[in-house]
Write a protein that binds this ligand. Structure first.
Ligand code: GAP
Length: 445
């Protein structure tokens, strides 16, 4: 049985240390969340899995980690200063503010003000002088500094199209209406790939990336039946997009965007370039007199060519929510409820719990620590030495946080060099030789 509603997931996240309200001791801040001991592991595992599939398992993508604070010019020429706005209305009756398309039913139309545009970017001062001029933005997407670093990456790696630059990191949006726990927040993380291709091959690459990304989501345990594709209609496209396909997921609150895959054309590289007239640009870019670089390549005819960009852009927080929702399950065992997170092992925050059966037997405890250290050294993720509570409670707790296996150390381990390995999903226990343990453990991943 899956989660009945989002509240069950929120309760688990708090109870087991996945996600907390930010600044909770001061009453919390809306739209901000902190990831706890297990949340940070889950998030890192999702990002690592993405990085592995997008960078390491391909030979045509490089990585980047650019600054979050972004010079005003970058977001001027990206078009964000002008267009990254939402229509905002006030309700004169309840005194609240809403995005014009998200006004709740309890507000009457006649109580609403005319919509006005509200820019979603956060500004902050850079340096000691607050003169209103020396400010930077907190980036609203990780993409822009990939574009501004295009020439740096090309020059330092000798890459040619088709190739991509990947980046994961925080993005910030001063959202007017927040939604469903970590679904729409003001500080979140993105996993973005800007894949540069020869103009004319862009539509084919767009399709290819939609398929590759769907495949990845399924490998993270998100079932196909809960995913659907949405072709964003022309009148809803972002200012840079020629076409966008959203991967939609059936979240507990409804079907909504999990990832967007956009064909950004040559808009961004073109808009951040100097000498735009020489570049054979296909899209209508923003005229730029401040850039000192041509973000372009020379083609075989020695003419300037600005690559088109296919951009798969996924939210880490939405990934956490979808993956937790998929994994959450409640079963009846001996007339009692068992909550189990059936996470794919590569995503589990704890890969194995090593449990000494007698907490105060020095030899058993020492052996459990030795085994924990051995498994930890394999580098597959966090292995926990678990020395609290009774064995039954330990099993239940590790079921609830998705630990794929529990390994119990007892007197037989000392005498016969065997351990008990318990599977999270089947709850079956097997006794295996200690010498086979590493091999068995590695097989999980
Ligand atoms: N660079 C393209 C871009 O940023 P987007 O559709 O605005 O496109 C991409 O964002 C992804 O980032 C979304 O599919 C979503 O997963 C995530 N995202 C966007 N806004 C978010 C928010 N306020 N809270 C959480 N995740 C968000």
């Amino acid at each position: 049985m899956p989660a009945k509603n989002i509240d069950e997931l929120i309760a688990l996240c708090k109870r087991r240390g996945f996600i907390f309200q930010s600044s909770e001791v001061y009453g919390g801040t809306q739209g901000l969340y902190d990831y706890g001991p297990l949340g940070v592991e889950l998030k890192n595992n999702i990002k690592n899995s993405w990085w592995k599939s997008v960078v390491y398992e391909r030979d045509d993508v490089e990585g980047l980690d650019a600054s979050i604070l972004t010079k005003q010019a970058v977001l001027k020429y990206s078009g964000h200063e002008e267009t990254f706005t939402d229509p905002l209305v006030d309700c004169k009756s309840c005194g609240e503010r809403f995005r014009a398309d998200q006004v709740p039913d309890y507000c009457k139309k006649e109580d609403l003000t005319e919509p006005r545009q509200f820019n979603l970017m956060f500004k902050t001062n850079v340096g000691p002088i607050d003169d209103g001029k020396t400010f930077a933005y907190l980036r609203p997407e990780t993409a822009q500094q990939i574009f501004t670093n295009f020439k740096n990456v090309v020059d330092s790696t000798s890459r040619n199209v088709p190739f991509g630059i990947a980046q994961t990191g925080k993005a910030f949006r001063n959202e007017i209406t927040l939604k469903s726990f970590i679904f729409r927040v003001r500080e979140f993380e993105q996993m973005e790939l800007e894949f540069f291709v020869i103009p004319g091959t862009d539509e084919e690459w767009h399709k290819k990336w939609v398929d590759l990304r769907l495949d990845w989501w399924e490998k993270q345990g998100v079932s196909k039946k809960n995913l659907e594709l949405y072709d964003v209609p022309k009148d809803e496209l972002a200012h840079y997009s020629k076409a966008t396909v959203d991967i939609m997921y059936k979240f507990p609150h409804g079907v909504e965007e999990l990832e967007g895959i956009a064909n950004r054309t040559d808009f961004d590289l073109g808009s951040h370039s100097k000498d735009q007239k020489e570049l054979n640009l296909k899209s209508k870019v923003i005229e730029n007199n401040e850039s000192n670089a041509k973000l372009a390549l020379k083609n075989e005819k020695n003419e300037w060519m600005v690559p088109f960009v296919i951009e798969p852009s996924a939210g880490v927080d939405r990934a956490v929510l979808a993956i937790l929702n998929e994994a959450y399950s409640v079963e009846k065992v001996d007339d009692k409820e068992r909550v189990v997170l059936k996470l794919k092992p590569h995503l589990s925050p704890i890969k194995a719990a090593v449990i000494p059966l007698k907490k105060n037997d020095e030899k058993i405890v020492a052996k459990a620590k030795e085994i924990k250290n051995k498994l930890q050294k394999l580098g597959l993720g966090r292995v926990l030495f678990e020395n609290s509570g009774n064995i039954g409670k330990n099993y239940r707790r590790h079921d609830e946080v998705g630990t794929p296996v529990c390994i119990t150390i007892d007197f037989e381990t000392l005498e016969e060099n065997t351990v008990t390995i318990r599977d999270r999903d089947t709850m079956k226990q097997r006794r295996i030789s200690e010498t086979k343990l590493e091999e068995e453990f590695k097989k999980l991943f």
